[in-house]
Each structure stands twice: as C-alpha cells, then as structure tokens.
Design a protein around this ligand. Sequence first.
Ligand code: HEM
Length: 173
Amino acid sequence: MRHDDAAATADGCFPRLDLPAYQCQVQPVLAKNCAMAGCHGTLDAQTRPFQVFARARQRNNEVIMYDRANAGCLQTGIVAININDVGTGTASCNAKARLSNNEWAINFDSARAWAIGTTTPDTSELLTQPLVGSSFAHAGIKLWNTGSADYAVVRRWLDGGTDVANCNNSTNN
Ligand code: HEM
C-alpha cells in the first residue's frame, strides 16, 4: 500500500499503516531508541510532536484500572492508578502496566503522521531525523544508517508492511 493522500483521506488524515505490525515490530524499536525522557518520551506534543509512550519510560497522564496480581506485584487486587504519576521512569511494579488503548492510539498516530505527504518511506523524518549523514541536525543524535536492522523494521512498516506471522505481541503491550 502506498501512503498517498487518497489513502490518508480514508483514515482521517493518517496513512493507513498496519497497527499489529506497529505494535509488534516498530514499538520495540522506538521504545528502545527514541522513548527516553527528554527525548520522545514526553507528554508535551507541542514541543516534541513525535511522542512515544513505553513501559518504564514515559506513560500517559491517565487513570487506568490496574490488576496488580497479574503483574506479579506484592499487593493484589485491581486498583485505579494514574499511570503517569506512578508508572513513568520507574521499573516498579506499576511500570509493568500494559500500554493503554490511549497510549497505543497516540503512539501509532504520532509515528504514522511522519508518513503523511511522503512518496517513499526514505523521505520520512521518522527515518531521516536520526539518520547518520542526513540534513537534519537532530540535536547531534544519529542512531542508525540505512543498513541498520532497526531502520529496516521502521522502513518496512512505513512502506505498508503488515504483521509477521506468529508475532508474539504479548510482550509489547
Ligand atoms: C530512532 C529514534 C528516534 C527517532 C525515530 C526520532 C525522530 C525524530 C523526529 C521525527 C523528530 C521531529 C519531530 C519532533 O521534534 O518531535 C525529532 C526531533 C528531535 N529529537 Fe528525535 N528521534 C529519535 C531519537 C531521539 C533521542 C534518543 C533524542 C534525545 C536524546 C531525540 C531528541 C530529539 C530532539 C531534541 C529533536 C528536536 C530537534 C530539532 O529541533 O532540530 N530524538 N526526532
């Protein structure tokens, strides 16, 4: 699927890229490389339009119902927690909370927004901002080149790649 304006209009203003492939392949790459606090782990989409929520990094400012027993916490029972207040920047039990539907929606849209108006994935800032040798300063942070495995994962998704078979999605959400 080419991400052109016709496809964009069918899904609001966003290109119709594959959500399962994002959840299974792209999220781990962005969580590992981009989601740090002070980088793209942020609640402030005005200053940092590319946002990534991830476990043990930045979490969304929302209240979720959290089943602590399932997370192997010392305490048991389902409690209401603000996942940003108690789950951001920590490896505590609360940090194990799965990404909420809101967090997935924000991550997915924030990433695929960088495909809008591109004719090939290689011109997307999602690839070119942290690309060695690109024209973007990116605060001096250059994390991959076109031969990198992580670059290939994100490029395949931006190019309309769908989920691979038997992708174990339970570890990412
Ligand atoms: C592969 C991982 C990363 C990707 C895909 C990525 C992508 C992007 C994109 C698309 C932008 C433009 C939109 C925006 O300003 O939010 C951007 C800008 C920026 N990113 Fe990243 N980034 C990554 C990693 C990082 C890391 C680790 C840091 C911090 C250490 C960082 C810091 C910044 C800063 C400061 C800007 C603004 C640069 C400017 O105004 O010229 N990024 N990045």
